[in-house]
Design a protein around this ligand. Structure first.
Ligand SMILES: O=C(O)CCc1c2[nH]c(c1CC(=O)O)Cc1[nH]c(c(CC(=O)O)c1CCC(=O)O)Cc1[nH]c(c(CC(=O)O)c1CCC(=O)O)Cc1[nH]c(c(CCC(=O)O)c1CC(=O)O)C2
Length: 340
């Protein structure tokens, strides 16, 4: 089978494959004992920038679960680290920035960094190792969407409602648009580095878009997410959590080939909102991963059934794999989806 016939590519660009492809956001990571073992003594972002380590971590879930895609082991803040921004991942908390971007002067300083100056050597090397081993299983490259990155960068770390970033949109729209525009260029560059090294699909993560009103999403965020994805040259998936009120906007005017849906909206209803020209991805509720298998099985069957209403369907979770997940549940989901 050539890569172009891979079920993931066909679910995005047709013809629809016989069985829905399946992969899991955060499939590589803390749910796997082999990941926890390999990561001992190495900080998260250092692991992402050590080619043979990032490659091995990427491949672990593919070997264990038999998923239909690998997702490059990285993080949404890696391109900022490559741009020289002082960021670390605090275990149990998330990305933490030494110098939050709060004022117009802060925005001037960070946007003076040239996004094209990102050194993608380590990333390209890791992608090369992965694609050599994967053969005709596609590798998904990814980046953070401008708003989700800004939600960390303006605040300085994880926050519940991203108040400072959302305030800046209204109190200083010029600074907001310069910052979001720069973040879009940085993420775009990171996607291009992964694409040029062999990733055959890309995904843009706007995990925190759900804290926005529809009006703010349209006015201050969507135009920048467009810049990150438009003309990327490989099939793309645009994912967000809590995007129900503006789900149709997640198509980015037809730029996205697939839209990732969270667990709140049944996929047949999502397909009706999105229309016939885009595929859907999701939307198993991560909470049910800790339910007894018969309960989870019935839920997965329902998700697959509802996904038939869309042009194409990639089975996934509605958000990333929770760290305490029993990996055997994920393997069982893959076996089930491949049998339906
Ligand atoms: O402590 C560790 O070992 C690293 C934890 C880890 C990080 N990125 C990671 C991993 C592997 C894993 O999830 O186990 C690795 C990671 N980060 C990301 C992905 C892409 C994907 O979900 O497939 C992946 C998995 C890549 C892969 O499977 O190969 C991208 C990412 N980083 C981040 C976000 C924002 C968000 O979480 O929604 C997102 C969007 C992904 C998503 O929505 O699941 C920011 C981030 N990075 C990180 C954290 C976790 C902090 C913590 O709870 O300890 C957080 C904050 C959070 O999860 O709330 C660090």
């Amino acid at each position: 089978m050539a890569l172009s016939d891979a079920p993931l590519l066909r679910a995005l660009t047709g013809p629809r494959p016989e069985h829905a492809p399946v992969w899991f956001m955060r499939q590589a990571g803390r749910s796997l004992p082999e990941y926890r073992e390999l990561r001992v003594g190495t900080r998260m972002l250092d692991a992402c920038l050590t080619p043979d380590l990032a490659a091995e971590i990427t491949l672990q879930p593919v070997r264990r679960h038999g998923v239909d895609a690998a997702v490059f082991f990285s993080d949404i803040v890696i391109p900022l680290r490559l741009a020289g921004v002082d960021v670390e991942i605090e275990p149990g908390r998330g990305p933490v920035f030494a110098n939050p971007v709060r004022t117009a002067a802060d925005v001037d300083r960070i946007t003076a960094i040239d996004p094209l100056s990102l050194d993608g050597t380590a990333i390209a090397a890791a992608v090369g190792i992965v694609t050599a081993e994967l053969g005709d299983t596609p590798l998904i490259g990814f980046a953070g969407a401008p708003f989700t990155l800004a939600a960390y960068l303006v605040e300085g770390g994880p926050s519940k409602e991203h108040l400072r970033a959302r305030a800046m949109m209204h109190s200083d729209p010029d600074s907001w648009n310069r910052l979001a525009g720069w973040l879009a260029q940085v993420s775009r560059r990171f996607l291009e580095i992964q694409r040029d090294a062999g990733a055959s699909v890309v995904q843009l993560f706007d995990s925190w878009a759900g804290s926005l009103s529809t009006a703010d999403y349209r006015a201050f965020v969507a135009p920048h997410s467009h810049v990150a994805l438009e003309g990327i040259g490989v099939p793309s998936i645009h994912f967000g959590v809590g995007t129900g009120p503006f789900l149709a906007d997640m198509r980015l005017g037809g730029i996205a080939d697939g839209v990732g849906v969270d667990w709140r909206l049944p996929l047949d209803e999502a397909a009706a909102i999105l229309g016939p020209d885009v595929s859907v991805q999701g939307n198993i509720d991560p909470a049910l991963l800790s339910a007894p298998w018969p309960v989870l099985e019935a839920h997965v069957r329902d998700v697959v059934e509802r996904g038939r209403a869309a042009r194409g369907h990639i089975v996934n979770l509605g958000h990333g794999v929770p760290p305490e997940t029993d990996p055997d549940q994920l393997t069982r989901i893959v076996e089930l989806v491949h049998s339906i």
